[in-house]
Design a protein around this ligand. Structure first.
Ligand code: PGA
Ligand code: ZN
Length: 439
């Protein structure tokens, strides 16, 4: 039907949460329906992820995106005009072919992902449906009925806080919450409590890139102690109500099996770092660890997963870069048991979905995730609900580029319950506990 035919693909330059330029794309259809999306940007990027196109040179410290912008307004607009917006697979194939490189460096993963997501939004708009609902029927299973379980950052370190704390994300997961809204309620209490604990002890330095507190610690382990105390101060039981999740982002402080932890003033080899993390797992209520070792250390990751993979979710982010083949390869090597899903690491929605499907096929967990550089774009929440991804990571519980995602989840929860007609709770049904490896 011609209401689904693409009339124009238009990009403009907008700004992200780090004050850097990024690309917003509008896909307009023949009868006026429109979809819009903005590309996010990582700071602790995996070496094998799709590459965003930045101009370099003097403008905006080299971060400008006029090249990627031109690619959308020129080549991509010309190629997509006249295509049926419902055929996401054909459109994404066209984008991939047009770019023609392995890592999407010619037109830029930022140009491609903003276009690919805007296409999905336009297709939903033509049907007068929100994106989560448009995607729902194609997700299989209970997709479109459940909200993902939030994984929320309380303390931020690593590349998001000038490397002062080596571990990148100290997060919480409200494993005992009955609903999406309750998980947010409990986490808000923990976030506030952690802020007070840090301020009272003179260790509050500021806020890191994703809105988590940036602490002045003397050791990485202090982060775990503060999290436990904050959970208790919020009136919750660590491990039972609220558990701890870490993103070590080990590639940021190590390579070739050598890891330099500045805060702890020690250098560890692969087994040394692995042993340190296993010791933390023994002594703290940790249920999930992301990138525990470097992306170049699959053997170390396999040894770590062998040691704790039965009781802890071991997540590949930089290691798997939202790539279906890498997910399947990691499963063969038993190098982790879950994948972080970041659309801009893949570059198109079809490739993003393929990595999620691969994870489902082999029994891996999956977490859909924002980047450290974000905007008001809430597409990932719609993808999470529509595809049936069971976990959602968008950073902390502060700053509007984060809150826009949590708030969108609340709106979707309300819409699901009123659309379903039966008695789904207004505040968002979560996946059953046995959907998670730490059950
Ligand atoms: P990034 O960080 O967006 O800077 O890559 C997020 C993460 O490592 O999970
Ligand atoms: Zn990560």
């Amino acid at each position: 039907m011609s209401k689904n035919i693409i009339k124009r693909v238009h990009a403009r330059r907008v700004w992200d949460s780090r004050g850097r330029p990024t690309i917003e794309v509008d896909v307009t259809l023949r009868y006026g329906a429109m979809g819009r999306a903005i590309a996010p940007a990582g700071a602790s990027t995996g070496a094998a992820e799709a590459v965003e196109l930045r101009d370099g040179g003097a403008s905006q410290g080299g971060y400008d995106v006029l090249g990627a912008l031109g690619a959308v307004n020129d080549e991509i607009n010309t190629a997509l005009k006249g295509m049926d917006v419902r055929d996401q697979a054909a459109i994404d194939r066209m984008l991939i072919e047009l770019d023609g490189t392995e890592n999407k460096s010619r037109l830029g993963a930022n140009a491609l992902i903003a276009t690919s997501m805007a296409v999905a939004h336009a297709a939903a708009a033509a049907e007068k449906l929100p994106l989560w609902q448009y995607l729902g029927p194609f997700g299989g299973g209970s997709a479109g009925e459940q909200l993902p379980l939030p994984e929320i950052q309380i303390l931020g370190g690593g590349a998001h806080a000038a490397g002062r704390v080596d571990v990148q994300d100290f997060m919480v997961i409200a494993v005992g919450a009955d609903s999406f809204a309750q998980a947010l309620d409990w986490t808000a209490d923990v976030y506030r409590a952690a802020g007070s604990l840090l301020a009272d002890s003179g260790r509050l330095q500021g806020v890191a890139d994703e809105g988590g507190f940036w602490p002045a610690f003397h050791s990485n382990e202090e982060g775990l102690e503060i999290l436990c105390r904050a959970i208790e101060a919020a009136g919750r039981t660590p491990g039972q109500d609220i558990a701890i999740s870490l993103d070590i982002a080990a590639s940021e402080f190590g390579a070739d099996g050598r890891y330099r932890m500045v805060l702890d003033d020690r250098e560890l080899d692969s087994d040394g770092l692995s042993g340190l993390l296993v010791d933390w797992v023994e002594r703290y209520p940790i249920v999930s660890i992301e990138d525990p070792l470097g992306e170049d250390d699959p053997e170390g990751l396999a040894r770590f997963t062998w040691a704790v993979g039965k009781r802890v979710q071991v997540v590949g982010d930089d290691f798997l870069v939202t790539n279906a083949d890498k997910v399947l390869d990691a499963a063969k090597r038993k190098a982790c048991n879950a994948v972080l899903i970041k659309p801009n690491q893949a570059g198109t929605l079809s490739e993003t979905k393929a990595s999620f499907d691969a994870a489902n096929d082999i029994g891996f967990g999956a977490i859909i995730s924002a980047r450290s550089g974000e905007t008001e774009d809430a597409t990932i929440v719609h993808l999470g609900v529509g595809w049936g991804v069971k976990q959602l990571k968008v950073g902390s519980f502060a700053r509007s580029e984060r809150m826009v995602k949590w708030n969108e989840g609340l709106r979707i929860a309300e819409a699901i319950s009123s659309a379903s007609g039966d008695d789904l709770p207004l505040d968002g049904t979560l996946p059953p506990r046995d959907a998670f490896p730490w059950k």
